[in-house]
Design a protein around this ligand. Sequence first.
Ligand SMILES: [Zn+2]
Length: 170
Amino acid sequence: MDIISHGLYGWAVFGNKNRKEFWLSIGFWILPDFLTFGLPFAINIITMLSGGSGSIFGQAGHHNIDAKYIDAIYNITHSLIIRGIVFWALWRIYKKPMKASFARLLHILIDIPTHSLAFFATPFLWPIFNYKFDGIPRSNKIIFIPNIIVLIILYSIYMYKKFHKTKKTK
Ligand SMILES: [Zn+2]
């Protein structure tokens, strides 16, 4: 799934929580893609500005983004196994499960069926298994249209709840 839809899903699901939890959830939700695409993008811009030969979109490659470390970051940020370990570690540290980190779990679960082998299939079992599900990309209308419908439904529920909340407080 694309980063904008991820952000919108994060907003809709966690939008009526308290401010801190809300921003934490949005952060957890877009973090996997931000680290994978945003960080290399920023590094490329800096390299180009400082006279280096960084190219934002790379030359060839199966996903047209030319850097080995992007695959490494993608594996780490999109693995359910790594997410489970981090979740468990945070639970141990804070003595309670971190609710906001469920946003990252949902991100990975949405990505599995919406990425094909041709473009960043989700390495959800990494590093134990290399299996990746050959999903249907978001650009395909089978995903694109239901994605918009689901977002409209989620936002209708969100607005309805918000409207009723402000009515109650009046
Ligand atoms: Zn993702």
